[in-house]
Structures are given as structure tokens and as C-alpha cells.
Design a protein around this ligand. Sequence first.
Ligand code: IMP
Length: 182
Amino acid sequence: MVEAKERILYSETQIAEAVKRVGAEITRDYTGRLEETEDKIPLIIGILKGSFIFMADLVREIDLPCKMDFMVAKSYGQGTVSSGYVRIVKDIDTDIKDRDVIVVEDILDTANTLSSVCEILRARKPKSLKVCVFLDKKIDRKLQFEADYKCFDIENEFVVGYGLDYAEKYRNLPYLGVLPPV
Ligand code: IMP
């Protein structure tokens, strides 16, 4: 299937445990403050493509009625350097005014993507806006940004698997790996 030459950072089992823990945290935080009318239950927004596997597993660990939508955001920059400018390529279909919103992203790196996405979403006046990331990379960020929920903190290494890619490859690895230096 895939070339398993990567160093494994987190196994399938470790990932499943972390996702379960975060799903339980979200369930706990939103239980009891739900307005369970069709248009008021929390909306979970996945940022594509990287979040698709995490989102699929996470929502099955959230024991609450919720709805889902997706957004595609592209960061413009040259090579591996992010310009800080993010464009929404595909927007959500849902009106989020007065809704509890949870944004789900694969990884918090420079935080350019999530800061821009949150700024765009906040302007639409949701009731609340929280951010859930699979990974939080330890880097010296220019932007101050804290996720409300996260599975793992990682060192500043390029990781692949569980939805994360290198040149569109490796997203289907069931574990999180670090590519060997080329
Ligand atoms: P940002 O720098 O926080 O805006 O992250 C932008 C995007 O870069 C993330 O959503 C990921 O798709 C991608 N990215 C950042 N670090 C990694 C990594 O280590 N592996 C794979 N993708 C990454």
C-alpha cells in the first residue's frame, strides 16, 4: 500500500486513545448547554483536506447531536514559506449566526490558516467559536494562537499520515510518521 519507511511518532492505538479523550472533552463541555433545536445544535467545521480522517474519527467520539460542514482554505506562499494570506476556496453552506461552532484542523503550524479562518467565521457572529486540532507543533509563532482542544503536542518536524500529506502522499497512513531526511 504505502512505503512504510517513516519513523512512527504515534501509533494507530495511541491516536485512537487521544481522539477518544478529545471527543469526551467536547461531549462534556457541550452537554447541558445545548439548544437542541435543529438549527441550534453545534456545527463542526472540518478544514480540508488535512482534517478529513481526524474529523471522521472525532465526530464518532462526540456523544451529542451535531451537524457538520467543510471548508477548503488555501494558504498562499512560495515553496514552504507561508505568506500569511489565506483564501477560502470552498466555503461552508451553513449560516453560523448564533450557532456553537467547533473548527477542526489537522495541525497548528504557523497558525496562519486557523487565524484567518477564525477571523472570517467570527465576522459571521457565531454564538461561540472553538478550535480543535489533531496536532500542535512547537514553533516560535509570530501569531498568538491557542487551540481549545488538541490530541498531541509535537516537535518542529514534518509529519505525515492520518490525513497529513507530503506532496499529497501519505494521507492514508493509519499512524503518524516522520519522513526520513531526503
Ligand atoms: P499553518 O502554518 O498553521 O497555517 O498550517 C497550514 C497547513 O500546513 C496545515 O493545515 C497542514 O495542512 C500543513 N502542514 C503544516 N505542518 C505540516 C506537517 O508537519 N505535515 C503536513 N502538513 C503540514
